[in-house]
Design a protein around this ligand. Sequence first.
Ligand SMILES: [Zn+2]
Ligand SMILES: [Zn+2]
Length: 395
Amino acid sequence: MSELLPEPYGIEPLTTQRVVVKDSQAKLKDYPHLYTAGSEPLAVEEIRITALGTGYPARRGQGCAGFMAELGNGDVFIFDTGAGTNLSFNHMKVPYHKATKFFMTHYHIDHIADLIVYYDFGQSNGRLEPMNVYGPAGEKPELGIEALVENIYRLAAWHDRTKFGNLDKRGFEMKAHQFEPDQAREVYNENGVKITAFPVPHGIYGAVGYRLDYGGLSMVFAGDCEPSTITVENSQNVDVLIHEVFNPPQMYVDKLGWTEIQAKIVAWTKHTAPEAAAKVFSRTNPGVAMGFHSMIAPGTPQPILDGIRSGYDGPVVIAQDFTVINVTREQIVTRMVEFEPAPFLASDPEYMASKGGAEPDPSVMHGLPEWLEKTTIGIPMIDDFKKELAERGMR
Ligand SMILES: [Zn+2]
Ligand SMILES: [Zn+2]
């Protein structure tokens, strides 16, 4: 009998194995049925992985690709920043200054679009340090992360000119960390966390997956890719393997009106079919295999799971946004996130104090040309405040 998944976008994750026990002798922590955003401190040896975006294209219920890993040592890592993922991040009650370590798998727009949004919101919401953005080099200099960051600055030129000075300047910096994606290599090693990047086949040279190891716990985010032996080698014994799994081509024919050949080119030669993902999963044997990058709508998860089941019988989760996985030495628990529809963003006064507070600098602010400023309709308290800014050097 086939294993039946719940319908998407409810309170159940798309899996039939919510709890995977790693150590049957251990006393298991009992997690609440839902993870209420911001509510559960992590144990030191624990990782919480949240799906901020899982599909393509972005719709209100499902963003493009992006995952967040929160670690028991306080570190936060963001893997890819597709459209809609920043919106999800804003619901997770994680202060912006924690989101300073970004790891990009490749530079398709559906994986990078929100990087500039993190740049913006972090400036105004308490990030008083640079964003560190890790990513592969490409075949040419203009195809690597260094060029991408320079191009984001260009795109943000108008934005930065209006905001520089009224916000603390420390929030206006991105540091690119570029590496050659020709073989598996360690690209990060700090505070007990090691991240290894490994090449994956995805259209052209310059796409990678990442493996994170921390306190004997591990996850792989393979990014966008065809199935590859390199991914298999680098994902051995991993707790959570996040690997793309595309919808069967017939769905695109039936629902989107694609031709069969177009659907097969995309689903089978640029991405990973469920039956092919099964090969990666069975050779890797992860604690939990999580498939992402499929369009999740009523009725679509089941055929994906059935395809995976043609060659893999281990624990599988089909990712929808706000799926959350807690990993400890004892167990791997998959749930959904419960969040407020329009929360205030998380603030962290202690952090702000440790940085000496946010320090605007009106002397470097740019203002309107005089003729346009003169047209603004004032009231006394605002006119007075503008005078004060002018006295402090604002042009
Ligand atoms: Zn891609
Ligand atoms: Zn993609």
